[in-house]
Design a protein around this ligand. Structure first.
Ligand SMILES: NC(=O)c1ccc[n+]([C@@H]2O[C@H](COP(=O)([O-])OP(=O)(O)OC[C@H]3O[C@@H](n4cnc5c(N)ncnc54)[C@H](O)[C@@H]3O)[C@@H](O)[C@H]2O)c1
Length: 360
């Protein structure tokens, strides 16, 4: 049986050159616990950092060994050693930074969501394209071990034609990590399920129709959605379920994915969601008609945080190297955002929505 176990090389493909200078805008939580530990592991070169809260930038630089702190974004952009600007600020703030960085001829890795509305996201992509710089979005779940292995299995024909896909995550989310998100107009889909939307597009392609119900638990102080149930339809008959609830009060959290196809079944767990942001490795099992009634088990030892964060930066660097597009390019991300905003329209109008309905 071992003979037919597929090669599941899920590690990100690194660029030839690791020493392209990275300048970071935003010295908050995600930069400290994910970007910087990942870049250190990969051997990437961080030249400097800036944050509108200077003390925060100084503290991060000291703790993480970053050589330079800039008082303003403009100073960082004047630094010749900075080739890539890694933006990790709030979505409403990203467009202004993209505009300046593109004008300065710097390549860009932006955090998800690329913008807080679709028109701003389109503008960001157009600005980068016009300036002939690369723009990628930090949708690092595509490099999460369970998702990447699923993609390798699908590409290798183990699933056959996909007929069903699901991601189901119920957890007790600690919103105090992101007080600015919890009080916003959009919560669950915009900041969390956007990962599942992007990963499901990556694995299964574009849905033709989406339907979403969004709600929250009694007593919650946000007016946005914290639990959502979504169904996607495809022309082929493939159906997708995204079932996410952040208000589970007991400790019985679960985070699973399952894909069924004409030739096989793939199922597993998303380790990060069992104890964010520490998490545990994903699990993945699959059964195939090539060997019916036997569950293959993959051994996965990389983590969403920080390991998967190497992926988007490595992919951007490879795109700079060979003139290709990053896997999570800004242009590709517009399709993820179309689905995000289609789901919100569906929630508001209580109807199924085609992602193409979302335009500027
Ligand atoms: N990819 C992921 O898995 C993931 C996970 C968490 C957060 N995020 C995203 O990362 C971004 C940051 O989240 P966070 O949790 O680190 O937030 P945070 O509040 O911890 O940090 C944000 C930092 O950006 C700084 N800042 C804001 N606007 C700025 C500007 N215009 N110029 C310079 N500095 C500015 C703030 O002072 C703050 O230090 C958000 O867009 C969030 O959606 C992504």
């Amino acid at each position: 049986m071992r003979d037919i176990f597929p090669q599941l090389d899920y590690q990100p493909e690194l660029p030839k050159r690791l020493d392209r200078g990275i300048g970071i805008v935003g010295a908050g939580g995600i930069v400290n616990y994910a970007h910087l530990p990942a870049y250190k592991k990969a051997g990437f070169k961080v030249v400097g950092i800036t944050d509108r809260n200077r003390e925060q930038a100084e503290r991060t630089a000291k703790q993480q060994g970053i050589p330079k702190v800039y008082g303003r974004v403009e100073e960082l952009l004047r630094e010749p050693d900075v080739e890539i600007v890694d933006v990790a600020v709030y979505p409403a703030e990203q467009l202004a930074i993209v505009e300046q960085a593109a004008a300065a001829g710097k390549h860009l890795l932006c955090q998800k969501p690329l913008a807080d509305d679709y028109a701003k996201a389109v503008r960001s992509v157009e600005l980068a394209e016009r300036a002939k710089v690369k723009i990628a979005v930090n949708q690092q779940m595509r490099w999460d071990a369970g998702i990447r292995c699923t993609r390798l299995l699908i590409n290798d024909g183990w699933l056959g034609d996909p007929t069903y896909g699901s991601i189901q995550v119920h957890s007790k989310t600690d919103w105090s990590l992101w007080p600015w998100i919890y009080q916003g107009k959009h919560v669950e889909i915009m900041f969390h399920s956007i990962h599942y939307i992007d990963s499901l597009r990556y694995l299964l392609g574009e849905p033709t129709l989406v339907f979403t119900s969004g709600s929250r638990a009694p007593g919650e102080t946000t007016t946005a959605e914290t639990k959502t149930l979504t169904v996607w339809e495809y022309a082929s008959g493939l159906q997708v379920l995204i079932d996410v609830c952040h208000t589970t009060w007991q400790d019985d959290a679960y985070a699973s994915f399952r894909f069924e196809g004409t030739e096989g079944v793939i199922k597993g767990t998303i380790g990060l969601m069992y104890n964010y942001p520490t998490g545990r490795p994903d699990t993945l099992e699959f059964m195939s008609k090539r060997n019916p009634a036997y569950w293959f088990t993959a051994r996965l030892d990389s983590m969403w945080i920080p390991d998967a964060f190497v992926g988007p930066m490595a992919s951007l660097m490879r795109a700079i190297e060979d003139g290709s597009e990053p896997e999570t390019s800004g242009r590709d991300n517009l399709r993820t955002l179309q689905v995000v905003f289609a789901e919100y329209r569906s929630m508001a109008e209580k109807r199924a929505v085609r992602p193409q309905e979302i335009s500027q």
